[in-house]
Design a protein around this ligand. Structure first.
Ligand code: 5GP
Ligand code: MG
Length: 179
């Protein structure tokens, strides 16, 4: 499919499944190397990262501990905003190396908050792996340790990402067609 329609918006094919998988495999290989001899706790950030989480863990293929969390952010104008912890991390993170698995870093607002909170909660190390990264949209102090693909500042859907809860189930990534 080259084009999809979700509600009132049109999207066009942007990144094909093959390229996404290749990028995720590279990320997983880097992670695997870096966690040798460690006992990391993976935190999959729902909902958007569900396919990325599954792919990374599939490639890691090991005895790793994985838990999930869910956040939603409400951002007002400029830097004011709030992160709502819909499903907080329940595991004991004190002294642990924590690796977040996130779908996309846009302004960096959400991960800036979450990473700070995990560090304050006593994690010995907090790393961030993101499937997608929009460097031009970044406005907060976040540096992802592992990046699948860098993309332009366009709204995208597919491979877990939604528009108004639709579009998560597509195996390719689509970008919005501005009309
Ligand atoms: P941030 O806090 O970095 O501004 O935003 C991160 C969250 O916003 C992501 O986890 C994702 O849920 C959502 N988001 C950011 N950019 C996009 C996008 O292009 N498409 C979709 N579907 N969600 C996005
Ligand atoms: Mg997300």
């Amino acid at each position: 499919m080259d084009r999809i329609r979700l509600k009132d918006k049109e999207f066009e094919l942007y990144i094909a499944e093959k390229e996404i998988k290749k990028a995720i495999e590279r990320v997983a290989r880097q992670i695997k190397k870096d966690i040798e001899g460690k006992n990391p706790l993976f935190i999959g950030v729902l909902n958007g990262a569900f396919m990325f989480i599954a792919d990374v863990m599939h490639y890691l293929n090991g005895p790793y501990e994985l838990t999930f969390a869910r956040y939603s952010s409400y951002q007002g104008t400029d830097t004011s905003g709030m992160v709502n912890e819909i499903m907080p991390v329940k595991s004991d993170i004190r002294g642990r190396c924590v690796i977040l698995l996130e779908d996309i870093i846009d302004t960096g607002f959400t991960m800036n908050y979450v990473m700070r909170k995990l560090r304050d909660g006593g994690a010995s190390e907090v790393r961030l792996a993101t499937m997608l990264y929009k460097p031009d949209a970044l406005r907060h102090n976040v540096t992802p340790d592992y990046v699948g693909l860098e993309i332009a500042n366009d709204f995208i859907v597919g491979y877990g990402l939604d528009y108004d809860e639709l579009g998560r189930a597509y195996k390719d990534i689509y970008k919005i067609v501005e009309s």
